[in-house]
Design a protein around this ligand. Structure first.
Ligand SMILES: [Zn+2]
Length: 303
């Protein structure tokens, strides 16, 4: 009787299935890799398992989902991964949408044009989730262990981020328009059943209009086009009914100043501070040189 110490591809595969059920993914992956090498009956399925495990072990990497989608494209029949039933074309679609959403999240948004492009990309992803998944639950989230949502809810999240980015893109040129875009973001986030207070706070800041204490010009958009500068408003000033006086935060500890006035003052005071710093450094270096000279002359005398 010949006892084989080497396991067949099918045996390795079945053992891999058990390891997946126990969520021992790294071990299971080795079994499926060997199944593929030995060309067992289940080699095609093992390939899909390897790609699913790779997504589970590196779940923030859009490349893993795109690779899994391509593998699933080759598969005809439904199969199970752990306790989850997988319909290949459907999960492939979910993987592609997830990768698209992740790639949108990685787009730069530092300039207005970049923020606008990023916002539009998120709105595009939202439309796809709504149209292609709708009220169904997203399986791939369950498989890799990220929050499980319906397509509609995922669409609402993507729309919120989309409008937030469009608002960021608009605020430099048109704070009122940015506030309108944030109203949309607010509505989507509320509809998704999430706390949206932070969006309301930004809407209030973007919609706020004041007059600059220094130049008297009107400005809209707190934190962007005007800022609060610490100041001292005397009781006498508080009694005045000048409308600029209304341009102060409720505590009267600062005054609102438009960004051009604010940046002119900041830059000039930076320049002055730099001059003082340089003068002080020069004096310190001169003093250090004098001390060094004294120390050397004392050392010479002792010899
Ligand atoms: Zn001003």
């Amino acid at each position: 009787m010949v006892l084989s110490v080497f396991k067949s591809g099918d045996e390795l595969f079945n053992q891999g299935i058990d390891l997946v059920k126990r969520k021992e993914y790294a071990k299971a992956r080795r079994n499926f890799e060997k199944t593929i090498e030995k060309g067992g009956r289940e080699a095609a399925l093992a390939r899909a398992y390897v790609d699913i495990i790779d997504a589970c072990l590196d779940r923030d990497n859009p490349g893993k989902y795109n690779k899994l989608a391509s593998t699933l494209d080759q598969m005809k029949e439904d199969f199970e991964f752990g306790l989850t039933e997988i319909n290949p074309p459907r999960v492939a679609l979910e993987c592609r949408l997830l990768a698209e959403r992740m790639e949108a999240g990685r787009m730069p948004g530092g300039t207005p044009a970049q923020a606008e492009a990023k916002g539009n990309r998120f709105l595009d992803v939202a439309r796809k989730y709504q149209a292609m998944i709708g009220n169904e639950t997203i399986k791939i989230s369950e498989i890799v262990g990220i929050p499980v949502n319906t397509g509609i809810k995922e669409a609402l999240y993507a729309q919120t981020v989309g409008y937030e980015n469009l608002a960021l893109g608009a605020v430099a040129a048109d704070p009122k328009r940015a506030a309108e875009l944030l109203q949309n973001a607010y509505a989507c986030r509320k509809q998704a059943g999430e706390d949206a207070q932070y969006i309301l706070n930004t809407i209030n800041a973007y919609s706020k209009s004041v007059k600059c204490w220094i130049c008297g010009r009107p400005s809209t958009g707190e934190g962007v086009h005007f800022l609060a500068m610490p100041s001292d408003i005397s009781p006498f000033m508080k009694k005045s009914d000048d409308d600029i006086l209304k341009s102060t935060p409720a505590d009267y500890n600062s005054v609102y100043v438009c960004r051009p006035c604010y940046s002119a003052i900041s830059r000039r005071s930076d320049d002055i501070a730099r001059q003082y710093h340089e003068r002080a450094m020069q004096e310190m270096r001169a003093m250090e040189a004098r001390l060094q000279a004294q120390i050397s002359s004392m050392a010479m005398m002792r010899r």
